[in-house]
Design a protein around this ligand. Structure first.
Ligand code: IMP
Length: 431
C-alpha cells in the first residue's frame, strides 16, 4: 500500500494537479507544498463552487487533513493573508489546518518590482514570468540574504536584515534598471510585523511533523507546483521557473527523505499547454489550438493570461517520467478532446535531419525541433465527459489512453473526464 506520494505536473504546468490532489486528499492525513510560491494556481470545483488556491495546499478544504508549506516554498505574506482571509470567510478553519516552515524565504514587494524591472529590460527576450517576484526571492535565498519566516520572531534582527537587503535592491532598481520604485525599510518592517501576528502561530518544524505522521503510518501527499519542463535545471532554460519542480525536490523542499516516497504520480494533460515564452514543438496556431484553449478554459489562474496550446508530446513526457521516477500517470482533461475528428501525438522530434527521443537542454536547439506525429482517430459524436467507468469511455478514447501507455511503458491509473472532483475513471487506486 502506498503511504507517501508525490503528485506533480509532467508538462509545463496547469495539468490539473489541484483537482487530483483534492480528490485523493480524502484518503490522506497531510498535503504538502515543497517548491514554488504564489506563481502556482490551482482551481478546484466542488459542487459547482470554484476555489482558487495559489499558495495554500489543495487539501485545506478537507476536515481532518493537515496542510503544510515546506521550506522550499517562497512565501508572499500578502498573498498568504489574502488567501487565508478568503478561506476563513467561507468558514474553513485555516489556523487549525495549516502549518508553515520557519525556513521559508519571504517574497517581499521589492521582489515584485525587481521581477517587473527585469522582464521589462529583457524586452522581447522576456521569460514571461507571473511577475509575482518568485525569481528574485529565490535569488536572495541562494545568496543567503533572504528574510525567512522564522525571522519574524526576532524583530530587532529582522530590521537590520531588511535594511541590508533593501539598500542593495533599491540601488539596483534605481541605478541599474533606472526605475522609480524604492522601498522604505520602516514601512516594509511594519508590514511584516503586522502579518507576523497572524502567521507566527502557524510556524512549525514541518520536516519533524511530516516524519511524525510517517512514523505513525499516516498518508502524505506532496503537491508539486508548475511542471517538469519548467524545472530550473531540467526545463527549457532560461524559460523556466526559478525552483526545481521535480520529485527529488520533496527531499530538499520539505525535509522528507527520498526513500520514504512510495509513488510519484505524473499529472498529464491529454494535450499540452504552456504560458510564457520558450520552446514548444507541438504548439498549434489553428482552429484545433483554439478548440483546446476555449473548451479547456486555458487561461491562467494567477495571471489570467491565455495559454498556448498544442498536441500531446511524448518526447517531453519521456524525460518527465525518467527524471521524476513517475510510477503512473493521471491523464487529465480528456473530455477537452471531445469533438475532434483526429488526434495527433508527438512521438519523436526531428532536429537537423535526425530523430531525437529526448528534449534538448538548450532552448536554442529545442526551438529548432519539429514534431514527428502519429495520428489517431478521435471520438467525434461521442463524449468522454462525466464518464466514471473505463468501459463507458468511447473505444477511440480507450485507444488513445492505451497508445500513451504503450509508447511510454507506463500505466495510466486515473483518467479525468470533467472539472468536478468526482469526474474520473479510476483504473487503479494510487494509495
Ligand atoms: P515565474 O515562476 O513567475 O518566475 O515564471 C517563470 C515561468 O514559469 C513563466 O513561463 C511562467 O508562465 C511559468 N509559470 C510559473 N508558474 C506557473 C504555473 O503555475 N503554471 C504554468 N506556468 C507557470
Amino acid at each position: 500500500m502506498n503511504h507517501n506520494i508525490v503528485i506533480l505536473g509532467s508538462q509545463w504546468g496547469d495539468e490539473g494537479k489541484g483537482k487530483i490532489v483534492d480528490f485523493l486528499t480524502d484518503k490522506a492525513n497531510a498535503v504538502v507544498r515543497f517548491q514554488g510560491g504564489h506563481n502556482a494556481g490551482h482551481t478546484l470545483v466542488i459542487n459547482g463552487e470554484v476555489t482558487k488556491l495559489r499558495l495554500i495546499p489543495s487539501g485545506i478544504l478537507h476536515d481532518g487533513v493537515m496542510s503544510f508549506i515546506g521550506n522550499g516554498v517562497v512565501v508572499s505574506l500578502e498573498a498568504l493573508s489574502s488567501e487565508m482571509n478568503e478561506l476563513l470567510a467561507r468558514g474553513v478553519p485555516v489556523f487549525d489546518r495549516l502549518r508553515i516552515s520557519e525556513a521559508c524565504p519571504i517574497v517581499l514587494p521589492v521582489h515584485v518590482a525587481l521581477d517587473n524591472a527585469r522582464e521589462a529590460a529583457l524586452g522581447d527576450q522576456k521569460i514571461g514570468t507571473t511577475k509575482r517576484g518568485i525569481g528574485p526571492a529565490y535569488e536572495d535565498k541562494v545568496a543567503r540574504r533572504a528574510i525567512r519566516i522564522g525571522d519574524l520572531r526576532a524583530p530587532q534582527n529582522l530590521k537590520q536584515k531588511l535594511k541590508t537587503l533593501l539598500n542593495l535592491h533599491n540601488f539596483t532598481l534605481k541605478e541599474y534598471y533606472k526605475v522609480e520604485d524604492q522601498f522604505d525599510v520602516e514601512e516594509t518592517y511594519q508590514q511584516l510585523l503586522e502579518y507576523a501576528k497572524t502567521i507566527l502561530p502557524m510556524i512549525n518544524d514541518v520536516s519533524a511533523e511530516l516524519n511524525a505522521i510517517r512514523k505513525k503510518g499516516g498518508k502524505i501527499i506532496f503537491e508539486g507546483a508548475q511542471g517538469t519542463l519548467l524545472d530550473i535545471d531540467h526545463g527549457t532554460y532560461p524559460y523556466v521557473t526559478s525552483s526545481n519542480t521535480i520529485s527529488g525536490t520533496v527531499a530538499s523542499g520539505a525535509g522528507f527523505g527520498p526513500c520514504y516516497l512510495d509513488a510519484v504520480i505524473g499529472i498529464t494533460k491529454a494535450y499540452t499547454t504552456r504560458v510564457g515564452s520558450g520552446a514548444y514543438p507541438t504548439e498549434l496556431d489553428d482552429e484545433v489550438g483554439e478548440h483546446l484553449g476555449v473548451k479547456g478554459c486555458e487561461f491562467g489562474t494567477v495571471t489570467g493570461r491565455k495559454r498556448r496550446t498544442g498536441w500531446l508530446d511524448l518526447v517531453a513526457l519521456r524525460r518527465a517520467i525518467e527524471i521524476n521516477s513517475i510510477t503512473s500517470i493521471c491523464l487529465t482533461k480528456l473530455d477537452v478532446l471531445d469533438g475532434l475528428k483526429e488526434l495527433k501525438v508527438c512521438v519523436a522530434y526531428e532536429l537537423d535531419g535526425e530523430q531525437v527521443e529526448y528534449p534538448p537542454y538548450d532552448n536554442a536547439d529545442y526551438v529548432r525541433c519539429t514534431p514527428v506525429y502519429e495520428v489517431l482517430s478521435g471520438w467525434e459524436g461521442e463524449s468522454v465527459f462525466d464518464k466514471r467507468k473505463w468501459n463507458d469511455l468511447p473505444a477511440a478514447a480507450r485507444s488513445y489512453v492505451g497508445f500513451v501507455e504503450k509508447k511510454l511503458g507506463i500505466s495510466v491509473d486515473i483518467v479525468s473526464t470533467g472539472p468536478e472532483r468526482s469526474q474520473n475513471v479510476i483504473v487503479k487506486d494510487v494509495f
